[in-house]
Each structure stands twice: as structure tokens, then as C-alpha cells.
Write a protein that binds this ligand. Structure first.
Ligand code: GRF
Length: 222
């Protein structure tokens, strides 16, 4: 079903820090009047800059500190209850630095999406830019993918690539990649709002009328 302003796609965004991907998503919804309702922004860090930004925008912003819970499971249980109450169609992880447990991931199977700063399946985990430089890869990038119980793993929805320059540092790579992340994630959100994204039985993803899901420049998706 294609979403409409009367029946918007309900999205919750999970963050832990700066929140620039969340900001790009929220600004895209507003600027393009996408039929998307951001029904919550949740941060596991109460002092996250992104949470303050969301609050200032009038978005429903919630802090759920993982320090308030004795175990990972207890945090997941509380997060799941909060998510259930917000009834999202999709949960978008945007720099969310907590690993979600299997039970929560299964509860929202096919509804959790993440952006990871590497061309998965290479370089899962942390320090992806350092890993890319250490391996001497000539292309680096980011991946928007469905979340499965395995960390930074799961059906790939779209990827963005940038060349690696001989004098790149982790910081220059991260800086050049960030706008590509924003463009990629907002494009995936448009597809979700148009109900064009399908998780196939073979574990791959199909986007209706969109054979190209690789971003290497501003116009590739058009
Ligand atoms: C991004 O590089 C994202 O891919 C990674 O963490 C970073 C978060 O940045 N998972 P921001 O909080 O969205 O600005």
C-alpha cells in the first residue's frame, strides 16, 4: 500500500550521537512532504546532540539510557515496549551504537533497517574507515540493510560508493562518505514511503521499478 498524508508510514529513528543521518531523514520528510510520520526519535544516550536537535524540531524525542538497566536483555525489553507503544512500520537505526538482541530483532523482523559505513559484507563492526585504509581497498562506501541478529549483516537495500584517495585518512574518508550516507538513507526512505521495497524469500531485496541501487553520483537513481 502506498502511503498517503492521511495514512503515513510510521517511522522511529534510533540514534546514539550526532544524529546527522536522522537529521537528513527528518529534513527530507519535511522538505518533500513525504507521507512519513517520524513518531519517535530514541537515543540510548540522553546527552546525544541528535536528541536535542530532534526536540528542538518538535519531534517526539525520548532518552532511554542503557545505563539504567542491569543487563542487555533488560534494556532490550524496555526498548521493545517503547517501540511497541509507538507502533512503527519501520525502525531506522542511524548511528545507533547498541547491538540489538535476537529476541528484539525477531520481534520486529523485516522492520529494522540500519546504515553502516562500509560496503558490507566487508568491514562490519567499528572503525570501518581505518579498516578500509589498512586493507588498501580503492573503493569504500556505505550500506543500507535490513537488520538480522548477526551484527552488520543482512539483506542489502542500497549501497553508496566513494573512491579512496592515496592521501586519505580515516577522517577525510568519513567526511567524504557522510553526504553519501545521507543521500542513500533518504532515498531508501522515499522507496519505503512508496512501499516499493520487498524482502525476497531468498534473502535478497527488490525495489520495484528500481534496478539500480548503487549510488556513485548525484543522478544515478534517476
Ligand atoms: C554514520 O557514519 C553511520 O553510518 C554510523 O555511525 C555514523 C553516525 O553518524 N553507523 P550520525 O550520528 O548519523 O551523524
Amino acid at each position: 500500500m502506498e502511503h498517503t498524508p492521511e495514512k503515513p508510514l510510521r517511522v522511529v529513528i534510533l540514534i546514539s550521537g550526532r544524529g546527522s543521518n536522522m537529521q537528513a531523514l527528518a529534513e527530507c520528510v519535511q522538505a518533500e512532504r513525504l507521507p512519513v510520520r517520524i513518531c519517535g526519535v530514541i537515543s540510548n544516550r540522553p546527552d546525544a546532540a541528535g536528541l536535542a536537535w530532534a526536540q528542538a524540531q518538535g519531534l517526539p524525542a525520548y532518552a532511554l539510557s542503557h545505563h539504567a538497566f542491569p543487563t542487555r536483555d533488560a534494556f532490550d525489553t524496555a526498548l521493545q515496549a517503547q517501540l511497541d507503544a509507538l507502533a512503527p512500520d519501520y525502525i531506522l537505526l542511524a548511528g545507533f551504537m547498541r547491538v540489538l538482541g535476537t529476541s528484539l530483532v525477531r520481534h520486529f523482523e523485516g522492520q529494522i533497517i540500519n546504515i553502516h559505513p562500509s560496503l558490507l559484507p566487508v568491514f562490519p563492526g567499528l572503525h570501518t574507515h581505518e579498516q578500509a585504509l589498512a586493507q588498501g581497498v580503492q573503493w569504500h562506501g556505505c550500506t543500507v540493510h535490513y537488520v538480522t541478529p548477526v551484527l552488520d549483516h543482512g539483506p542489502i537495500i542500497a549501497q553508496g560508493v566513494i573512491p579512496v584517495h592515496h592521501d586519505d585518512t580515516p577522517d577525510t574518508l568519513a567526511t567524504r562518505l557522510l553526504p553519501v550516507e545521507h543521500a542513500l538513507y533518504t532515498q531508501v526512505l522515499r522507496w519505503l514511503a512508496q512501499d516499493r521495497v520487498t524482502l525476497l524469500a531468498d534473502g535478497r531485496v527488490q525495489v520495484r521499478d528500481q534496478p539500480h541501487r548503487a549510488w556513485a553520483g548525484p543522478n544515478l537513481f534517476n
